[in-house]
Design a protein around this ligand. Structure first.
Ligand code: AKG
Ligand code: FE2
Length: 368
């Protein structure tokens, strides 16, 4: 662990209402944070702590339901992009077959785009809500929208920090399949804790920008508690250097009142690696019985946008590194297969699907 590494904090007020010196400082913090760590802490974000508590309380009401009721909220045919995801479903690409020890919920905070719902039905599916719990739905949507607004402000500031017009990124996110996820990392038994099982394997997020308003540990009786040991929680890996090619593992522990913003693969690709998707891992405590709640809002690129370094970031090296260009919606599909949320057969959607017609015509020809 590298205690000397310090992740920059960006104050949203400096971005929206700051004087020129404050704006310059915020831009520098974004370039350093997203360039070296793939992560910044965000202050003055406007996320209400009471809303976050209510959001987690609602999610706990869902996770406390009997398994049979939760299965009714699961949508495997939508690649689990809505409703409940059972434990042992998602697998990080780096995880080598070890599924994550978590159950999740997915909902889209913004109304679905009708055209995209035809071309990408799974990632634009209708939300799923448990009956009789309007508070769960309302707090969930309010949290997703509030986090999304923070993401949009940061993306505008990122664009100017990188010398582009303020809308260079946000013009590409309108109507995109943004999704908010609630996570509950499951209590480990003594043998699992002993084996050092990870709650969430090391991965990089595949979207544009991720907002994390802050996790909550619960003790074995379900009461909120501080991290049970200093090694548990969210860790990120910094960019490798000649001296430390493996990078450093840094504890993602925001200063009081701050939230976390993280670069995803789509932003790395658009910037040709100037901003780096953060590898991160969620480690479980060594003591059995503890659980952890978390929330992540994923800001996505519009599915018809090209994933390829934007003009300002195109060099022979970045073009080679991030080729071939691919539509963001196609990339989403491929990644959901890679992390085992979509079945491998989903890849068949990318080829021509009407060979049957020729087969039938040839059969008619033969029989005639
Ligand atoms: O639980 C966390 O803090 C991180 C969640 C996460 O990495 C994800 O949902 O992609
Ligand atoms: Fe993640």
């Amino acid at each position: 662990m590298a205690a000397h590494l310090s992740i920059p904090t960006v104050d949203l007020h400096d971005i929206t209402d700051g004087d020129p010196a404050q704006r310059r400082a915020a831009a520098e913090a974004l370039r350093a944070g997203f360039g070296e760590y793939g992560l910044v802490y965000v202050r003055s974000h406007g996320i209400d702590a009471k809303l976050l508590d209510a959001y987690y309380d609602g999610f706990l009401r869902v996770t406390a339901k009997p398994e049979a009721d939760k299965r009714k909220l699961a949508r495997p045919a939508q690649w689990y992009q809505r409703g409940w995801t059972p434990p042992n479903t998602e697998q990080a690409v780096a995880g080598g077959g070890q599924p994550d020890f978590k159950e999740c919920y997915f909902a889209a905070p913004m109304p679905a785009d009708a055209d995209c719902a035809l071309t990408h039905p799974e990632i634009y599916a209708d939300n799923v809500w448990p009956d009789g719990d309007d508070a769960f739905r309302d707090n969930y949507l309010a949290m997703g929208r509030a986090l999304h607004a923070v993401g949009a402000t940061l993306l505008r500031a990122c664009a100017t920090a990188l010398g582009m017009g303020p809308a260079a990124f946000t013009a590409q996110i309108e109507g995109a399949p943004h999704v908010t996820r609630a996570l509950r990392y499951l209590p480990l038994d003594a043998a699992q804790a002993e084996r050092g099982i990870l709650w969430g394997e090391e991965h990089t997020d595949f979207n544009l920008l991720t907002l994390l308003p802050g996790g909550r540990f619960l003790d074995p009786s379900g009461v909120r508690c501080p991290p049970p040991d200093p090694g548990s929680g969210l860790y990120l890996r910094t960019r490798g250097t000649a001296e430390h090619p493996e990078g450093h593992m840094v504890h993602g522990r925001p200063p009081e009142g701050c939230i976390v913003a993280q670069v995803g693969q789509q932003l790395e690709i658009l910037t040709g690696g100037t901003f780096l998707a953060t590898p991160h891992v969620v480690t479980a405590p060594k003591t059995p019985g503890y659980s952890r709640l978390s929330c992540a809002h994923f800001v996505h690129l519009h599915p018809y946008r090209m994933l390829f370094p934007m003009e300002a970031f195109r060099t022979p090296e970045t073009v080679r590194a991030y080729s071939p260009p691919v539509l963001a919606g196609t990339y989403d599909l491929k990644t959901l297969v890679d992390i085992h949320l979509a079945p491998a057969s989903a890849l068949d959607l990318l080829g021509y699907r009407h060979y049957d017609r020729l087969t039938e015509q040839r059969a008619v020809h033969r029989d005639a």
